[in-house]
Ligand binder design. Structure first.
Ligand code: GLA
Length: 372
C-alpha cells in the first residue's frame, strides 16, 4: 500500500479482493460471529487523474462511460453497477473529502452474482481510489462501514457488515473471525495441510429480490418475541424454552442463527486443533441448518454438498454467502486438492449437466494500490 499522507497525482491501480465465508452465515446482522477470508480474485480500478472535477467510469463489460460531477451531490440511479460507486463517492463527499477528477477503468477477475462479494470488492476498491486521490484515509472499520452504507442507501440491499469487513481487513494466510457486535477481528491462520475450494453452483443469486430482507425481518421479529435486542443474546436453552411462543417460521430462523453463531468459535477451535473431522462436521451442520431452517439454499447447492460427502479429500462443504444460488465452499486436503476438485466437478456435471467453475484459493490480503 502506498503512503496516503500525500495525494497521488499520477496513474495508479487500486484492487480489492472478493471474499468467501468459511462458516457463520446470516449471523452478521444478528450481532453474531462470522469467519470469512479474502480470496485471490479481485476487482481492479485503473485510474488516471483529470484536470477537471469529473469522475468518468468505464467497466470491462459496459463500455458506455458513467460521468459524475464531483462538485455536486451524487445521487443513485434506478439500477446497475454504478450505484455502488456512486454511494461510495457520495459517502466520502458527505464527510468532507474533496475528490479530484479522474478516469477509471474497472475490471475484475472476480465473478459477479456468484456470492463472492463482487459488490463489496467494487465498493472497497472505489473507496481506496478516493482515499489515494485525496491523500487521506479512514480507519479500516470506518471504511467498511461507509461501503456498507453505500450498499444500503444506493443499491437498496440491507446487507450486514461481513463482506465489506472481510474485503477491507483481509490478511494473507488467515481467515478473520469477526465479532459483528464489538467489531473485534481475530486473524485465524489456515493450516498448510488444507486448502479452500470455491465451487460455483452456476445458479445466479440476487440479494435484491427481497428474500434477504425478509430473513432480516424474521430475525428481528424473533428477537422481539424473545424479549432481546438481537439473537446474539439467545442461548439454545432459551430458545428451546420459548418453542411455543414464536411462530414456527421465526422459531426455525432463530434456531439456525443461534446454532450458527455457536458453530463459529467451535470451528475456529477445530482449525486450531487441526481436528479436520470436527471442522467438516460443523460445515455440514451449518449447511443443513441453512437449507432446512433458514431456507436460503437451492437444490443445486444441496446437491454439491451431498456429492462432496462421497469425494475423498473433501473435509467439509457448505453453501457460502447469502444463498439462493452462488457458490459452495469446501475445505479440502492440500495433497491432491486439484484432483479432488475435478472429481467433485465431474460428479456435479454428471448429476446436473452443469459445467461448474471452481478454483482453489489461499486467504488473500485486503486492498492494494500500485502506482503504474
Ligand atoms: C450476504 C450479505 C452479508 C451476510 C451474508 C450471509 O453476503 O451481504 O452481510 O449477511 O449474505 O451470511
Amino acid at each position: 500500500m502506498s503512503s496516503l499522507s500525500q495525494p497521488v497525482t499520477v496513474p495508479f491501480a487500486a484492487s480489492a479482493p472478493g471474499r468467501v465465508n468459511l462458516i457463520g452465515e446470516h449471523t452478521d446482522y444478528n450481532d453474531g460471529f462470522v469467519l470469512p477470508m479474502a480470496i485471490e480474485r479481485h476487482v481492479t480500478i485503473h485510474v488516471r487523474p483529470r484536470e477537471d472535477r469529473l469522475a468518468v467510469l468505464r467497466t470491462q463489460r459496459d463500455r458506455r462511460p458513467v460521468s459524475l460531477d464531483l462538485t455536486a451531490t451524487v445521487a443513485p440511479v434506478a439500477r446497475g453497477w454504478s450505484n455502488y460507486v456512486r454511494g461510495v463517492i457520495e459517502g466520502y463527499r458527505r464527510i468532507g473529502f474533496v475528490i479530484p477528477g479522474f478516469d477509471a477503468d474497472i475490471s475484475a477477475t472476480l465473478p459477479a452474482g456468484a456470492g463472492l462479494s463482487s459488490s463489496a470488492a467494487l465498493e472497497v476498491a472505489m473507496a481506496t481510489v478516493v482515499e489515494t486521490l485525496c491523500g487521506r484515509s479512514l480507519s479500516r472499520v470506518e471504511k467498511a462501514l461507509l461501503c456498507q452504507r453505500a450498499e444500503h442507501e444506493f443499491a437498496g440491499v440491507p446487507c450486514g457488515i461481513m463482506d465489506q469487513f472481510a474485503v477491507c481487513c483481509g490478511e494473507a494466510g488467515h481467515a478473520l473471525q469477526l465479532d459483528c457486535r464489538s467489531r473485534e477481528v481475530v486473524a485465524v491462520p489456515i493450516d498448510a495441510a488444507v486448502r479452500v475450494l470455491v465451487f460455483d453452483s452456476g445458479v445466479k443469486h440476487s440479494l435484491a429480490d427481497g428474500e434477504y430482507a425478509k430473513r432480516r425481518a424474521e430475525c428481528a421479529s424473533a428477537a422481539q418475541g424473545l424479549g432481546v435486542g438481537s439473537l446474539r443474546d439467545v442461548t439454545v436453552a432459551d430458545l428451546e424454552a420459548a418453542a411455543g411462543r414464536l411462530p414456527a417460521t421465526e422459531f426455525a430462523r432463530a434456531r439456525h442463527v443461534v446454532g450458527e453463531i455457536a458453530r463459529v468459535p467451535a470451528f475456529v477451535g477445530a482449525l486450531r486443533d487441526r481436528d479436520w473431522d470436527r471442522a467438516g462436521q460443523l460445515m455440514g451442520k451449518s449447511h443443513r441448518s441453512l437449507s432446512a431452517d433458514y431456507a436460503v439454499s437451492c437444490p443445486e447447492l444441496d446437491r454439491i454438498v451431498a456429492l462432496s460427502a462421497g469425494v475423498p479429500g473433501i473435509i467439509g462443504c457448505r453453501m457460502t454467502g447469502g444463498g439462493f444460488g452462488g457458490c459452495a465452499v469446501a475445505l479440502v486436503e492440500a495433497d491432491g486438492a486439484e484432483a479432488t476438485a475435478r472429481v467433485l466437478h465431474d460428479a456435479y456435471r454428471d448429476a446436473t449437466g452443469i459445467d461448474a467453475a471452481w478454483f482453489l484459493t489461499a486467504a488473500a490480503s485486503g486492498p492494494t494500490v500500485v502506482v503504474d
